[in-house]
Write a protein that binds this ligand. Structure first.
Ligand SMILES: Nc1ncnc2c1ncn2[C@@H]1O[C@H](COP(=O)(O)OP(=O)(O)OP(=O)(O)O)[C@@H](O)[C@H]1O
Ligand SMILES: [Mg+2]
Length: 509
């Protein structure tokens, strides 16, 4: 270790000091007098429920929003950021929860948009830009060619581009808002290494996450947000999981995976011989009434790809499908929905909600045929439907007639799940249902899934989180490299079995 441990003799001076930071939106007090210090060479974790105000703080620190009150001191001097470039010039950079990238531009252009290296004639120096982009991508362990068009990249790669973009700015403070939510195990490990390097270089890191194990693994300090205030903080080594949860939620959350036994009925979906030229091969399984069928695998194992084929987003090149025992064909999402199958994709931010429309309409839109009468009767029904589902999923919103775009990241995800559940499907495919969701809401979502299964809904749950898979599934299908490698019953299932099957490691003798 090159740097001194945090218990060095001289007391540390904070690099960034916030006091009394407040921010309101119509009907919402997003931040209510936040005080926070962050230190060079340390990772400060910011944790809190969905809607607690974490991303709002990030946007204030990066000049996107201006606070209503309070002061920001950087290295002792008071600063104010009127626009994003002020914060960048002061040495603050951020990987935002939802970064805006441009599909039609190359990876290098996305990384350097707005601050491209220029030749002495003031023109963009393309070779230097490509070189610098390649170096940045290399630094974060991303194997992506700088000239690739962004739209040809998958979710994880896009996220790596966003990380490279944040690091392309020379910064003293690096803020990461849920940076690992879309990354695979290997990429996460590389990000942790990068964070260690940034720490060793003396940078101050503010790290937002809902994943407790990573908070304990990488943070030095923590600060818990609740209703726009920092309600507790200190050294991470001096706290534990239970204390953090109590601070966050105001109570302990003991039952996180409350899967209740449900009566498992006849097969509702039978898939056999499903193949795709590049993504998966010879997929066959059965899903029964009332069953929660887990799909586990490493990222890239083909789980989302098979789900997209089942929902008619892509097409399988061969294979057959039976719904309720009858041969069926699904060529488009509309056909899937008509047959009672819905799919909640992993990436819900952009495709999942319609910004500009109120929350309740975002939820009721696909169910409109069911609440089809005219006038306020329908409006009242729509509201009631939206209220029921949002309450069950722990969605926190000032009011349901607000624009969905004003919700926090995690709450927008709940809207998308609510929307598809409200259509009362026979089969729902949930891809990473609790990604980006706080621990209390996670319990609420799991409880609701259990209850709906007990009422006869069949659920396919794709998840990379082992505790979620183990806790919620009646049966688990493990995929590796586009194939099903195991189908395991709930009884006697353990983490090690899953990992071995997913990674292709044989049982030790
Ligand atoms: N532009 C906006 N207009 C209106 N309300 C907003 C806006 N941005 C945020 N809010 C509200 O401010 C509160 C804090 O939201 P914020 O996005 O900071 O939460 P968060 O802690 O990042 O949550 P998550 O864990 O879900 O990402 C929420 O009630 C949210 O609805
Ligand atoms: Mg957020």
């Amino acid at each position: 270790m090159l740097h001194a441990p945090s218990t060095s003799i001289r007391a540390k001076t904070p690099l960034l000091t916030l006091s009394g930071i407040s921010k309101g939106f119509p009907g919402v007090r997003a931040l209510a007098g936040v005080a926070l210090e962050i230190f060079p060479g340390e990772v400060t974790a910011l944790i809190g429920e969905n809607g607690a105000g974490k991303s709002t703080l990030v946007k204030i620190l990066t000049g996107i929003y201006q606070p209503d009150a309070g002061t920001i001191r950087l290295g002792g001097a008071e600063v104010s950021f009127r626009a994003a470039h002020d914060a960048a010039a002061a040495g603050i950079t951020a990987i935002h929860q939802e970064t805006v990238l441009f599909d039609e531009l190359s990876v290098a252009e996305n990384i350097f948009l707005g601050h491209a290296p220029r030749s002495r004639f003031g023109l963009i120096d393309w070779p230097a830009m490509r070189r610098n982009a390649a170096a940045l991508l290399d630094r974060i362990g991303a194997r992506i060619a700088p000239e690739t068009r962004l739209r040809d990249l998958g979710l994880a790669s896009r996220h790596l581009v966003a990380i490279a973009r944040a690091l392309s700015v020379e910064a003293r403070i690096v803020i990461m808002d849920e940076p690992t939510a879309s990354l695979s195990h290997k990429e996460i490990a590389e990000l942790y290494e990068l964070i260690e390097r940034l720490k060793a270089e003396g940078k101050a890191i503010l790290f937002i996450s809902h994943k407790f194990e990573e908070i304990f693994r990488i943070s030095d300090r923590y600060c818990v947000f609740r209703d726009g205030e920092c309600v507790g903080g200190g050294m991470t080594a001096e706290t534990d999981h239970n204390e953090l949860v109590r601070l966050m939620v105001g109570r302990s959350v003991d039952q996180i995976f409350p899967k209740t036994a449900a009566e498992i009925g006849a097969p509702v979906l039978s898939v056999s011989g499903y193949s795709h030229p590049t993504e998966f091969e010879d997929i066959g399984f059965e899903l029964r009434r009332g069953e929660i069928l887990g799909f586990y695998g490493l990222i890239g194992a083909g789980r989302s790809e098979i789900m997209q084929a089942l929902f008619g987003i892509t097409r399988a090149s061969s294979g057959t499908l039976r719904i309720d025992g009858k041969a069926a064909r699904i060529r488009t999402p509309a056909e899937a929905i008509a047959q009672g199958i819905v799919y909640v994709p992993e990436e819900r931010g952009q495709q999942g909600t319609i910004a500009g429309l109120p929350i309740f309409q975002n939820i009721t839109l696909p169910s409109l045929a069911k609440t089809s009468r005219a006038g306020f009767i329908r409006l009242a029904e729509e509201f009631a439907l939206a209220r029921e589902y949002t309450a069950r999923l722990n969605l926190r919103a000032a009011a349901l007639d607000r624009d969905v775009g004003t919700l926090s990241g995690g709450n927008q995800q709940k809207v998308v799940i609510a929307k598809w559940l409200a259509t009362r499907p026979k089969i729902i495919i949930l891809d990473e249902p609790t990604k980006g969701v706080d621990i209390g809401s996670k319990a609420a979502i799991h409880a609701f899934m259990s209850e709906l299964a007990a009422r006869g809904l069949s659920i396919i749950m794709v998840s990379s989180e082992i505790p979620e898979i183990l806790g919620m599934s009646d049966r688990v299908i493990v995929m590796r490299e586009g194939r099903i490698v195991a189908s395991l019953p709930r009884e006697g299932l353990g983490a090690e079995m899953l990992v071995r099957a997913a990674a292709g490691i044989r049982e030790a003798a």
